[in-house]
Design a protein around this ligand. Structure first.
Ligand code: UGA
Length: 441
């Protein structure tokens, strides 16, 4: 099939590459010329395991094309995926300007039947708006070419995007058209072979499914962080509680890891946007608001623990930070807990010596060469001459630590573990003070 994908961010590029990889002809469009030029030359704008070889292979073999030419892109595919950004507005609602601009473009250039597919995370009712825009443009052109709009939300996680796309638990398609059902079945058939993963539903149900899934996961995390905060005040170890509740299949082990708060481009934005949608329809989203509030508070916990370790005065201290990305296997720093920590440390007059396996260039892009921030090439180097160490992101390479060595390097024996990576007994046996999440001293 010929498929067009608007937007070459995480969702667009992964969708394009994965569809090309099973034999479809895919045209990826972006308005960013430098990005498209880079992609044509094999430069992948994001760090995502497995994506680069997949893009290069399919590009070389002639199934994956890149262009900034909207007319060419619209003419190319019977399926037109919209995978452009939906950044939050000032009030937290999803900003649809990019999605609707693509809808206009499709309306302007289409000359036969198209299925327009909302792949970006968009509020309930967006498919209707896209339909109205396209119909309006076609009317201006004096034609009534046929088209359908459907919702096909993406559930991929950064760092596991290829795996999530190719081995997804379900493929949700919101549509009321049999023609769309057939075309989407054909498009996804290579990824729906062993059991039928396609779930057809109403458009609005599909749109809400995406938000409900992310909000549910965010709720699990905030819930667990709340229990962790309680546990440490009650003298209980939340890691034991986690195993205790996770063993109940009704609860499950996934997404109940306490930590320093959820970040990334999705959970914070989507919880806010859903809460905003709720208010717009006259419903007060008390749980969603609490999920967000608990998360915002949780991002302060690392600083609070450091502050406690240094009797409330961090002036002139140097704090080593391991891990800056919002989670491992990505260079994404959006809404990362490390940012809240570093900014609080700077406000308190402390300095940061940080290491991250992938997100250093992103850190420089955000903060520039700023006073109080030293980025180093190796985790051990971060610790040299630091007063304390904080682990913000659970990258694999931080799992094994020689705590005796660590104690000998730190000026003060303080280890703050934002991801409960270590065995408290081992850390303490080396003479370090261990501040974790939800684990009593
Ligand atoms: C999330 C969802 O997991 C995907 O299913 C969804 O498709 C995606 O958003 C999206 O809407 O595009 P992602 O943001 O890439 O994916 O990352 P996650 O792996 O879900 O992690 C989100 C945050 O939650 C991270 O900061 C992580 O550290 C935190 N987390 C996760 C916890 O604190 N505890 C947990 O138990 C799990």
């Amino acid at each position: 099939m010929n498929v067009t994908v608007f937007g070459t961010g995480y969702v667009g590029l992964v969708t394009g590459a994965c569809l090309a990889d099973v034999g479809h002809n895919v045209m990826c469009i972006d308005i960013d010329e430098a990005k498209i030029e880079g992609l044509k030359q094999g430069r992948i704008p994001i760090y995502e395991p497995g994506l680069e070889p997949m893009v290069l292979r399919n590009h070389e073999e002639g199934r994956l094309h890149f262009t900034t030419d909207a007319a060419e892109g619209v003419k190319f595919g019977a399926l037109q995926f919209i995978a452009v950004g939906t950044p939050p507005d000032e009030d937290g609602s999803a900003d649809l300007q990019y999605v609707l601009a693509v809808a206009r473009t499709i309306g302007e250039h289409m000359d036969d039947y198209k299925v327009i597919i909302d792949k970006s995370t968009v509020p309930v009712g967006t498919a209707d708006k896209v339909r109205t825009v396209v119909a309006g443009v076609l009317a201006e052109r004096g034609t009534d070419l046929p088209f359908d709009v459907c919702s096909n939300p993406e559930f991929l996680k950064e760092g596991a995007a290829i795996e999530d796309f190719t081995k997804s638990a379900r493929i949700v398609v919101g549509t009321d058209s049999e023609r769309v059902r057939e075309l989407m079945r054909e498009c996804y058939a290579p990824y729906s072979r062993n059991h039928d993963k396609l779930m057809f539903m109403d458009v609005r149900a599909a749109e809400l499914t995406k938000y409900a899934a992310n909000a549910m996961l965010a709720t699990k995390i905030s819930f667990m962080n709340e229990i962790a905060n309680l546990a440490e005040r009650l003298g209980a170890d939340v890691e034991q509680v986690r195993l205790g509740i996770g063993s109940d299949p009704r609860i499950g082990y996934h997404f109940i890891y306490p930590g320093c708060g959820y970040g990334g481009s999705c959970f914070p934005k989507d919880v806010q946007a859903l809460a905003r949608t709720a208010v717009q329809v006259g419903y007060e989203p008390e749980l969603l608001n609490a999920v967000e509030a608990v998360n915002n508070r949780q991002k302060q916990v690392l600083f609070d623990k450091l502050s406690q370790a240094f009797d409330g005065d961090l002036t002139g201290r140097t704090i080593a930070v391991w891990g800056l990305s919002f989670k491992p296997n990505t260079d994404d720093m959006r809404a990362a807990p490390s940012r809240v920590l570093m900014e609080s440390l700077w406000d308190a007059g402390a300095r940061v010596r940080a290491f991250d396996p992938e997100a250093m260039h992103e850190t420089i892009r955000i903060y520039g060469e700023r006073d109080g921030l030293t980025l180093v090439e190796h985790p051990n180097e971060a610790v040299e001459g630091a007063d304390a160490l904080v682990v913000c992101t659970e990258w694999k390479q931080f799992r094994t630590v020689d705590f005796t060595w660590l104690k000998s390097k730190l000026k003060h024996p303080v280890l703050v573990d934002g991801r409960n990576m270590y065995d408290p007994r081992q850390v303490k046996a080396a003479g370090l003070m261990y501040y974790a999440i939800g684990r009593a001293d």
